[in-house]
Design a protein around this ligand. Structure first.
Ligand code: FAD
Length: 343
């Protein structure tokens, strides 16, 4: 494989197209891939460039082909028996090889555990920079700079970062931040197969066995309704009330970081800058003040309802419907009303 191009002068004009690195596990495509494909299409159209989605694996050609239905001009399927199971080295090496050969201008990767693992290694191998956890992406049409915005200084300000001298411009984006691309029934893109120059000795880890977690799945990202609890619950038992309301409205249980740090609920439920970014149709915040780091993860919700006993709580500035009151009275009253009226 070519050596990394760190500190070498490069000709920016040699770099074209917008790429999305897809994530698949046993052929199942991670939803962040569809979100990034939507965002990648928008950026590619703004720049007048083509959009490619990159899928790595073995025996997943059919799944790779399906991604053409989300608006990619090309799906590059990096196919190799050594890519059957994820390995940091195998995936990072083969994606880097394709990047060095095809020279994309922009590369987007989901900020999942796998994305966070391979993105910096790919950036290192191809000699470019990486902006992690972006919440907004724009392009400067005059010089094709990718304007990568992400929270900085503990979420107290938003920083826009550019990568002016190196290519590709690489960003990771957290799941749930961008809107999913729409399904196109009759796409006209095409699939190209790339066989990487990968050898067994390139991969230093051995997968002994896969163990499925028996923890209950918490799917905040796809939830249409989320009922979240914060420090105002006062104790872990407070979540009994939150769960009861969530059950009535067919929702998932979310939480603020204060409730997680207090040990009242697992981190899997945390919404916000260092938790999950969500955009449900309805977000009910109970006993949550509305700190900027919490808002960073839920302010894109369609409707926000806040229950807080402090009329000056910042959450009331972002909510559509605010109830000033004690959650121990308001939530049981809501449940009673739902039971009575059926909605
Ligand atoms: P508080 O701010 O203490 O608010 C509790 C609220 O409950 C108050 O408004 C109070 O009026 C109300 N209340 C009390 N009793 C009742 C009652 N009986 N009925 C109704 N209301 C009541 N936070 C996150 O949530 N998610 C993150 O991902 C996150 N990431 C962070 C990352 C960094 C780098 C940093 C520095 C902070 C982060 N935080 C995050 C923490 C954040 O700054 C806040 O500390 C946290 O969100 C506060 O949680 P809270 O609203 O539950 O608690």
């Amino acid at each position: 494989m070519n050596k990394a191009k760190v500190n070498q002068e490069i000709n920016l004009a040699d770099y074209n197209d917008v790429w999305v690195i897809a994530e698949q596990n046993e052929g199942k495509i991670h939803p962040v891939t569809i979100e990034l494909t939507g965002e990648g299409r928008r950026l590619a159209d703004t720049l007048g460039k083509r959009l490619a989605v990159i899928v790595s694996g073995a025996d997943v050609e059919d799944e790779a082909r399906k991604l053409l239905h989300y608006g990619a001009d090309t799906v590059f399927y990096i196919s190799h028996p050594l890519l059957k199971d994820f390995s940091t080295e195998g995936y990072a090496l083969s994606i880097s090889e394709l990047i060095l050969e095809k020279k994309p201008e922009i590369v987007l990767i989901g900020a999942t555990s796998i994305g966070r693992d391979i993105a910096p290694r790919i950036a290192g191998k191809v000699g470019t920079g990486l902006t992690a956890d972006c919440t907004k992406l724009e392009v400067d049409e005059t010089d094709h700079k990718l304007l990568q915005t992400r929270p900085a200084f503990g979420g107290n300000l938003m920083a826009t970062i550019v990568c002016p001298r190196n290519r590709p411009q690489m960003s990771t984006v957290r799941p749930g931040v961008m809107e999913k691309a729409a399904f196109i029934p009759n796409p006209d893109g095409r699939l190209e197969i790339f066989i990487p120059n990968l050898k067994e000795e390139d991969i230093r880890t051995v997968l002994m066995k896969k163990v499925k977690s028996d923890r209950k799945k918490v799917n905040l990202i796809d939830a249409k309704v989320i009922v979240s609890g914060g420090r105002g619950l006062k104790s872990p038992e407070g979540f009994t009330l939150i769960r009861a309301l969530a059950e009535k409205v067919n929702g998932e249980v979310g939480s603020s970081r204060a409730a997680v740090d207090a040990g009242w609920i697992e981190h899997l439920h945390q919404v916000g800058q260092t938790g999950t970014t969500v955009r449900p149709d309805l977000y009910i915040a109970c006993g949550i003040s509305g700190a900027i780091q919490h808002l960073a993860g839920m302010s894109e919700s369609k409707y926000i309802v806040a229950i807080n006993k402090d009329p000056n709580a910042p959450i009331f500035k972002v909510c559509d419907f605010g109830i000033v009151g004690d959650l121990n009275e308001v939530i049981p009253a809501m449940i009673e009303s739902i039971d009575k009226n059926g909605s």
